[in-house]
Write a protein that binds this ligand. Sequence first.
Ligand code: SF4
Length: 369
Amino acid sequence: MNLNFSDFLYNCDSDIVCHKMLLGLKQGKTLEAAARIVMESLDGAFSVTGITGDGQFFAFKDSHGIKPLCAGHDPEGKTFAFSSETVSLDMNSFVRDFELKPGELVTVSEKGFKRTQIIENPREAYCSFEYAYFARPDSRFDGKYVYEIREDFGRNLVKEFPEIVKDSDIILSVPETGDDSAMGVHEASGLRWERASRRHRYVTERAFILLNNERYSTIDKKINILGSKVAGKRVIITEDSVVRGDTTKVIIEKLRKAGAKKVYLFVTFPRIIGPCFYGIDMSTYGQLIGSRNNPEEIAKIIGADAVCYQSLEGLIGATGQTENQLCLACVTGKYPTPCAQKMSDVMKKRFLDGYEEKNRIYESEEVQP
Ligand code: SF4
């Protein structure tokens, strides 16, 4: 076999990891050494599980630990598993053992897990957007359910915007990612949480990854408003994040049509000002409403009376992590890895200079760092 695998096909990004591992192993390196090559040579987020040709089951994360990956075993202690979230361990009646550390390689034998720290990295960077949007609420990070953290986000928003709470009659959530924070807002404010927006059970597309023309009709079909519950009311909507603003705009239009007197938006994830290079589909500055507008301008665009973002401090505090353990790049502009920072700086300059971003600019040949 060709030792360089020069005919290797790159059909998806995990092929790059696979190729590097194969090269290392075929050159006689150990699994540890092959994993180190991947960790040291790739800038980005990856959580890898695999089985070598001789049957060695293994898993590792990138050296910043950007995405979740945990390990667990079945009740008899005979079967071992890795999962991106604890929920899939729960659903298979497995016990969660631990979250993999950044830069750690874990192998499995009949005796259980063997953990080897391949790379020491003082800067962890766990994706903070997981807490607000991406993770399932019934998953646990560091022993705490994600839904509990989202409830805390809601409580924080009440503390941070008391005047808005005073000027409101009811809370509404954008189902379903706004539900847990709505509970927190309800508990901290005493306002009634009115379940007056309902999601169509069979429209399951994630609106924010659809093309423009599909997105509007999908959102319209996806969310229905119980008109008589909001007519004449001053409403707080809780939302996990505002990316393009399209979803929220449509919901606010529907609320206005149903007779809502005022519509305030409580957003648990701080204003997204930059793209993500680590796996979330927010790839250009142009598509992000928060990259070029402040909260007042965003309120005008989406038709809200006010848009209230949870503070960065509130978000960090509720996660139980420190700022130095989290990736907050899309809300601060400070990327934890050098290549991402460089791409972001180039893209931002071009964006501010009026360059029209047509697609994922980091995939286009003209802007390779
Ligand atoms: S840039 Fe934002 S979405 Fe991407 S990994 Fe960092 S925190 Fe998560």
